[in-house]
Structures are given as C-alpha cells and as structure tokens.
Ligand binder design. Structure first.
Ligand SMILES: [Zn+2]
Length: 317
C-alpha cells in the first residue's frame, strides 16, 4: 500500500518522515528551513518527495503541517516563515509533484495524531491543547479535523485572560501586548514561556534570578514553597482559561502536549479544578498526556491523507 509522507515545518527546521499504512515510521530526515527564499523552500520540499518516490518506487501521499494557515482561497499565511507567507504554496507544490498536497496548521496536525492513538480512534471528539513554546490547540470530531473556514480554528493562544484572572494573579500581573495587536492573550500566560514569566515576574528581582520552567517544576517536587504557590496558581489559571472551551465543545477527551504537558500535577489536579469553572453536574472530560511527544506533528501531517484502509491497518496493528 502507498506510503504516507509527512512534513513538520517549523521556523528553524523541516522534519520529513515516511510512514506505512499502519503508521509505522520508515524514514526520518531533517533540514534547516529556508525562511527567506521561496524557490529554495519549494526545492527542499520537492527534493525530499522525489528522492523518496525513487527509493520506494511509488508516489507517496503528501501532508504538511506548518505554524500558519491555509486560507480559504489557497493563500498560505505563516509569519514564522516569511518566504511562504502570502504564496499559493499548496498549488505551487502540487504543480511540481503532480499530485494532491494537503496543508494544515501544526497544532491541528498534533491533534489529528493524538486522535489516531489506538485507544482514542473511536472517540467522538478529541481536544488537543499544547502547552509549549506557545499555547495552541486542535480539535478532531469523529476522526475528522475541524479546521474552520480559513484553517484558523482553535487559535486559543489569542483568547484573552478570563475575568477571574486579575483576582487570582493580583494587580501586579503585567497585561502583555501580543503580536496580534490585543492585550492579555493566553499565549503569554499558559505557554511554557508564560509559565516561567509569571513566576519570574513575582519572585525574581533581577534578570540574574530568572529561572526556567523546568527549574520551577523541579523545585515544586522538592517542596519549594514559592514554586508550589506558583504552580497552584498556574493550574487554577489554566482551569479557568480552558473552561470556556469545555463548556462550548464538550469534548470526550482532552490531550495535553508540549513541554509543560510532562508535568504530572496537571493530571492530578486539573480535573478537580475544572469543576469550579464548568457547568454544574456535567462530567469533566478524560484528561491525558500526549502519546506521541515530539513526533506528533509529522505523524499528524502524514495522517492528513489517511484512508479507510489505513484506519483499518492502524486498528489491526
Ligand atoms: Zn494575541
């Protein structure tokens, strides 16, 4: 059966991976992203594809995840990779490789990958939340990605702080101006960076004392008082911030990915905290950690082309 090619394209590197229909990984390759040269960008992508076609003797399907959107009408929007922003990337690639190319937001690819974890494949709805460099999300409903009209759904990082946040964090918390033009976007508070910024804003008197998210969680487990106060506040902020999503979407499962998702206190404490902010007597969704870690993006990109035969192969594997 035909191989599935996946690209996870970021601002610094491109990861290319080849999967069989059981979603077993056959080959992985990485290269620096040409950010400012569109012709070179197209060449890098189509060289990966052409070389793999030659190696396998067949034309694989092509799925691409990137930190942007495929806008209705065909234009790609991607601030992190200037050379593809405003281009007809999908059409240009399809013309060169002579077959369909699917492009989706990288958080959506992550969500798709997690929803195809064997125990979740039959779930009615999987909401994936990323607590990483940014705060992102993707939604899969009955096995299909929900992308919105412009591929721009679930941009949760640009939802803004809930009204209870000021009371929780105190008046000294800074309302950060976001690159989107708004103030108080959740990206600046719930991402790994935001998590560390909140701590350092409160407890570090100078840049010399700024500590990382990793160090804060390490201190938490050592019983450090400040780290414990901070993390309890962060989890409360996370609960109040995502409760609106749960009230609106009522997902069966919520999966957390990104660096902070490895922090087990989320799974111990969040379900109870969420009860305060969601509708009375409604069950809290199952909350779990991402199964595929860093390979989720490229796997989800490849899954943009999964077929019913492929789905059966995954279930049989
Ligand atoms: Zn914003």
């Amino acid at each position: 059966m035909v191989q599935l090619y996946g690209f996870d394209i970021g601002g610094t590197k491109i990861e290319f991976a080849v999967f069989n229909q059981k979603m077993e990984i056959l080959h992985v390759q990485r290269m620096e992203t040409p950010k400012n040269d569109y012709a070179l960008f197209l060449k890098v992508i189509t060289d990966f594809i052409g070389n793999q076609d030659l190696k396998s003797g067949e034309l694989g399907t092509i799925g691409i995840g990137l930190p942007g959107q495929q806008i209705h009408g065909g234009i790609t929007r991607c601030n992190n990779i200037p050379c593809i922003d405003g281009r007809y990337l999908q059409a240009d690639l399809e013309e060169i490789v002579g077959r369909p190319v699917k492009i989706a937001n990288d958080a959506n690819c992550f969500a798709l990958s997690e929803s195809f974890e064997k125990s979740l494949i039959t779930s009615s709805s999987v909401l994936a939340l990323i607590l990483g460099t940014g705060f992102g999300a993707g939604l899969v409903i009955n096995g299909d990605l929900y992308e919105g009209h412009n591929g721009a759904s679930l941009e949760v990082g640009h939802m803004r702080l809930p009204c209870d946040a000021q009371e929780l964090l105190g008046n000294t918390v800074s309302l950060v101006k976001c690159r989107c033009g708004q103030t108080g976007c959740l990206d600046h508070y719930l991402s790994g960076r935001g998590f560390a910024d909140l701590y350092n804003h409160r407890y570090s008197s100078s840049d010399d004392h700024v500590i990382s998210a990793e160090e804060i969680t390490r201190r938490y487990y050592q019983g450090d008082h400040k780290a414990q106060i901070h993390i309890n506040e962060y989890l409360e902020l996370l609960a109040m911030s995502i409760s609106g999503l749960l009230v609106v979407l009522d997902p069966e499962v919520v999966v957390f990915g990104g660096g902070l998702s490895n922090f087990n206190a989320i799974y111990d404490k969040l379900p109870e905290l969420l009860k305060k902010y969601t509708l009375n007597n409604r069950p809290i969704p199952s909350i779990r950690k991402a199964a595929f870690g860093d390979s989720g993006g490229v796997r989800g990109a490849a899954l943009l082309n999964v077929t019913d035969d492929g789905l059966a192969a995954i279930l049989d594997s």
